[in-house]
Design a protein around this ligand. Structure first.
Ligand code: PMP
Length: 355
């Protein structure tokens, strides 16, 4: 095919978790979605929505949503950008800051979208292995001479968090762009966000999303905090109407109910600790997580390895994540669900691994 650029023909397609046929009949713990519904405020917006409004284009500047974010996160509106999920913001950053023939560095393992988007943009992606305990090797990231460093904190799929002081050390020494993707930060200990760094450093951008703690994966809204110049550049590169009318309002409604979001995040944290301790009792190795998922590996002397466990769980309509990358082959990633989902998961695992 001569119509397609050669590097695009060579690329594999991006793999998200398997999407089961009937989502309602299975326990879906493979994409780090929130197991709880979004805030009742979101339902309120949906039930009052006027279909006639769809006739008109949405506000391309997303003034109301950005004002809402400015108030909650105490960041000036000019320093806030909204995208169709944080995924769109990741792509835009390659357009605006990386370009082709440049080198980015990411820890390995990390969220695979970064390497995929780098490949689409023909940017070189250097993967710096995390240490044995999956902690990020900041020196390794600094020494590889990349033009941009992209950090997920807490990391996906490990759940490991890099302390803020280490994030700042990275920011201080990298000359190019530093992305701090905080998709899972609401499940971590408070006070660990890199948002305050944007006041001091012009080359930092902090990414967030409504997909996880706000339970709005389906609405596709992400947001970012950075200095005005970087935000203005992203504005120029985005599709004019990148977030639809309804999604803008759903996100604003979810944002307005901080109490609900924090309550649900606390339940998820509690269930994460419960699941981790239950699995440890069965001699699983569980990586300490600050996110809404855990990475764990079954005991080497047990009846099933990670791949077999993943299959066995799927046979029982329980979907978790298994990765083919060598570093992750002994592990499965389990998103944290409701009490009932966690109990059911443990019942099945107990059945498979208990005496
Ligand atoms: N960043 C990280 C670390 C993620 O894990 C995900 C989704 N799994 C995203 C970004 C993308 O989220 P969204 O596009 O739904 O905002």
């Amino acid at each position: 095919m001569h119509t397609i650029l050669p590097h695009m023909l060579k690329l594999g397609s991006y793999e998200a978790g398997i999407r089961p046929q009937n989502v309602r009949e299975v326990i879906k713990l493979n994409q780090n979605e929130n197991p709880y519904p979004p805030s009742p405020q979101v339902r309120g917006v949906l039930s009052k929505a006027n279909w006639q409004e769809l006739r008109c284009y949405p506000d391309p500047q997303m003034e109301e949503l950005r004002e809402g974010l400015a108030e909650v996160y105490r960041v000036r509106k000019e320093r806030i950008f909204c995208g169709s999920g944080s995924s769109e913001i990741i792509s835009l950053l390659f357009t605006v800051c990386v370009g082709h023939e440049r080198r980015i560095a990411i820890p390995d393992p990390s969220f695979s979208l970064y390497a995929s988007v780098a490949a689409v943009h023909q940017a070189e992606c250097v993967k710096i292995p995390t240490r044995d305990d999956f902690s990020v090797d900041v020196d390794g990231l600094l020494e590889c001479g990349a033009h941009a460093v992209m950090l997920v904190n807490p990391n996906n799929p490990t759940g490991v968090q890099l302390p803020l002081a280490e994030v700042e050390r990275l920011v201080k020494h990298v000359k190019g762009l530093v992305v701090v993707d905080e998709a899972y930060i609401d499940f971590a200990e408070s006070g660990s966000s890199a948002i305050p760094l944007i006041d001091q450093y012009e080359h930092v951008i902090v990414l967030r999303t409504f997909s996880k703690s706000y339970a709005l994966s389906g609405a596709r809204v992400g947001y970012a905090f950075a200095n005005e110049t970087l935000i203005a550049a992203l504005e120029k590169a985005k599709h004019l109407y990148n977030i639809n009318v309804l999604s803008q309002r759903l996100a604003l409604a979810a944002l307005s109910d901080q109490e609900y979001m924090k309550w649900r995040a606390a339940l998820i944290r509690r269930n994460r600790e419960w699941l981790s301790s239950q699995l440890r009792q069965l001699d699983f190795h569980v990586v300490p997580s600050q996110a809404n998922f855990i990475l764990c590996s079954p005991p080497p002397e047990g009846p099933y390895d990670a791949r077999a466990l993943y299959q066995k769980l799927m046979d029982r309509n329980l979907f978790v994540r298994y990765f083919e990358e060598p570093r992750l082959r002994g592990y499965v990633r389990i998103s944290i669900g409701t009490d009932e989902q966690m109990k059911c998961t443990m019942d099945v695992i107990q059945d498979l691994f208990g005496e």
